[in-house]
Structures are given as C-alpha cells and as structure tokens.
Design a protein around this ligand. Structure first.
Ligand code: SF4
Ligand code: SF4
Length: 231
C-alpha cells in the first residue's frame, strides 16, 4: 500500500509503514556494490522477488532453463485467479554465487534497482530509497547520480517491459476472469511460459526478446478471453 503526503514541502510516499522521498535524476546514489566490503544482502536472506513474464524469458535464456525447470526453483501462488511467480532469496537466490549473479545480464528489474524501489502513485511511477532497506553497502560519500545509476544498471528496457506488463494486467483485470485454477493455468501457458510460441503464426515470430514479449501479450489479449470467457 502506498499513499502520498507533503512533509516540510518534500513529497513523500508511504511504503510498508515508512515514508520514502521520491528521487530525482540528479540525487546521489551512494553504494559500494562490487567492492570487497559488500556482502550482497540483496541476493540473500531477502523477501521473494515477483517476476514478470519478460524477466522469466530473459532468466530462462540466460540460465539455459526451460520454464518447467524454472518452476522447480521459484515459488508460485494464485491471487484472484492470477498466478504469481516469485524468486526466493532465502537463504540465497538460486542464481547467486560467491562471485556474484550467474545471470547478471538477465537479472530482474528489482535486482537492478535494489536498494531503490519503483512505486506507483496517482498514475505516476517514482524511484525511491525506502527508509527500511537491507543494503549493507550504503555509504555517506559523494557518488553517482540516480540517472547514472539507472543507466549503469541498464534499466530502461526492463522498465519499458514492466510498464507494458502492468498495462496488460490492468486491462485483463477489467475482464473479470474467474478466480479459479483454470485462469492461472491459462496465464502460465499463454503468457508466462517462454516455451510457448508468442504467436500461432510462426512466420510472424520476431527476433528480439522485447518484440517477442510484446507479441505474446498481444496474442494473449485475444486468446485469454476466448479461452476463459465462458468458464
Ligand atoms: S545493492 Fe547494496 S547489498 Fe547489494 S551489492 Fe550493492 S551495496 Fe551490496
Ligand atoms: S537474480 Fe542475480 S542479482 Fe537477482 S537476487 Fe538472484 S543472484 Fe542476486
């Protein structure tokens, strides 16, 4: 749950009982990632990361896992009929090694942003540093700006795909699919599984993961109502 207010003229967003100030591109981000001093608390003993199907596709490709293999190492749930696919980080993420992340180039957006977070308020997204965060490498010293940090972490594509995903889910929620296992199965099969072709027209399969993901969503927009409409 989030809520916005002004304290001493600074806008804050309420996240999990704490106030967080939205950051601007010129705000400093002071981290010691990659140095010997940091123990990568972002990859261990943390809460699950909720994955979207674009992130799952990237992770499967980078690790050589099929979707079925991936389902063995994630946790799944069902909320109002919709599946949740979550990457556990306790005691450590499946992809974490002493030398770092095994799928670094394909890591999810939450990993790229940590310890920052992206929250939505009144139709806008904000990047915040929650007061309560688990980063052990925050340092009070001049460092890079937020804009530099987002560039370094290569977040632009992930944010664009996350926004496409949020728009898709918002539209699907308006169709009021049944809160039944069949809805979850249809989403796993048609939307989440990178092993399912993104379109029944195989000659139309695009090359880039982003194009494939957007085509998969466009196909699912047609197929899900057909499949779930009379259930
Ligand atoms: S985000 Fe924080 S905990 Fe994770 S590697 Fe960087 S400094 Fe360490
Ligand atoms: S995917 Fe990589 S960066 Fe993200 S929690 Fe796992 S090991 Fe860490």
């Amino acid at each position: 749950m989030t809520g916005m207010k002004n304290i001493n003229t600074k806008m804050t967003i309420r996240i999990a009982g704490c106030d967080a100030v939205p950051l601007s591109g010129s705000d400093p981000v002071q981290l010691t990632c990659g140095t010997a001093g940091c123990s990568s608390t972002c990859c261990r003993n943390g809460p699950h990361i909720i994955l979207n199907p674009y992130e799952i596709d990237c992770m499967c490709k980078a690790s050589g896992m099929s979707y079925e293999d991936l389902l063995d190492i994630v946790e799944t749930d069902r909320v109002n009929g919709y599946p949740l696919v979550m990457l556990p980080r306790d005691p450590s993420c499946h992809f974490w090694t002493e030398r770092g992340c095994r799928i670094y180039d394909a890591r999810p957006l939450a990993c790229r942003l940590f310890p920052l977070g992206r929250v939505f308020e009144s139709g806008r997204s904000y990047i915040v540093l929650p007061d309560r965060n688990r980063c052990t490498g925050l340092v009070p010293a001049p460092s890079r700006t937020l804009a530099d940090y987002l560039r370094e972490q290569d977040t632009e594509t992930q944010i664009r795909m996350a926004d496409a995903w949020i728009e898709f889910v918002t539209d699907m929620e308006e169709l009021h699919f049944p809160d039944k296992p069949v809805t979850s199965v249809a989403f796993h099969l048609l939307v989440y599984s990178p092993d399912t072709p993104p379109s029944s027209d195989l000659s139309a399969a695009p090359g880039s993961p982003e194009e494939r993901f957007l085509l998969r969503l466009a196909t699912a927009r047609k197929k899900l109502p057909e499949f779930l409409g009379n259930r």
